[in-house]
Write a new protein. Sequence first.
Length: 461
Amino acid sequence: MQDTRYTMLKGGGNAKFESIDEDKYNQIAEEVRIKAVNHIREENPEAFLAPLYSSEYLKLTVRKIALESGAPVNAVNDIADTVLKDILGFGPLQGLLDDNEVNELRYYKYNIGEYEKKGRLHRIEDSKLLFLSEEHMRRTAVKIAQSAGRRLDESAPIVDARLPDGSRVSAVLKGVSMHGTTLMVRRFPKFFTLDELVAMGYLNEEAKAFIKVALKNKWNIVVCGPMGSGKTTCANSFTGEVDTDVLTIEDPIETRPLNDRVRQFEPILPNIEDKGGVKLSYIVQTVLLRTRPGLLLFGECRDFNTFFVLTGMNTGTHSITTVHSVNCYDAVMYRLPILASMSSEGQSMGMNYLLGLVASSVDVAVYSGLIKHDDGRIERRILEISEVVPKWVNNMLLPEVRTIFKGSPLVQVAESKLLKEGGGDMFISPEEVIKTQMSCYGEQAFIEAFKKVLGEGGRVA
């Protein structure tokens, strides 16, 4: 971390300098913050309710208190700016959040961090973009969580939250994190259309044409890939190619569908007494399977809710979702069925049933990957597009993953069976899936397991 020193001229014409090191600067800044907050609470508490509308009042008040703090004259502005960023925004984060070319922020501890800009990782060298102390960083993380209606304290030391601009924040407090509070911010300064992604080289015209046909035919699409590879951006671009309403379910909300007919839902955590709240599983089971959306965009398959997403896909809801995986085959054959098996319903059904559910639910898998160059630059590209064709093997329905496009740049390596057969004729009905699984497990055993999925009148429990 850079050492910050200020000097102050004293005694008229006698050149006498007083040095202020970084620790002293941090101490004065914290004292100014406390005094400013207390003063504003007494004089004009409404300023905290709408800080942006009261920004001029806050700036004058903080600067006045900074001048009275005894800090060197040429340090007053910096101290006032530091305090104002805490009051008006999210402290040191705000300077990087205001830069739309920054895609990702990583704070490993209060005075060590990196950010990604234009595909390159940069170490944070400017001390104004680093926190003053562990307590400063912890306070900022708690403020972020509270602004999103989330808790972050000793009883709940890990949180996923959403900033007002849609950025996703993951924070972990000291205790769970050995070296102090950590922050990870994933930013979405702009969501691109499919045509814009083609212009950026994310995919080519041939792959775009295939995806547009898939969307037109209402094929269900899974976008897969490693963390930070552009899965959400890719899935979001598809919403601009459909002429229907879009419903999203995410935790937290990240997408901004390119459509004006949008409903977006996210869970609400229970209060400090562990009462109230709305679970993601409840939203998935009630909203997804009872509101008949034109297109469902489910943010990310990462737990037992995957079972209900696949069930929704299988009931005819045109759906797009994302999942972490190393390639399309891994996503379809392993990740999705394993995640679905985390639910009690999935465990009751067994892996053979879940593979059949994936086969009859997913039509196309798109793999978005990271290309790391020798100069440190990182590019995000679609590296594989596969279709999922249901096939019968030993009286069991299984997914066949067929790679259609692969490589960088993408090259078509096979002819699409779905397109060749006319799309709709390739689908297996839910009735056929159930009939097959009954023959595998026995009719009575299957009915008992399925009762856990269905409630009264055939609705999801």
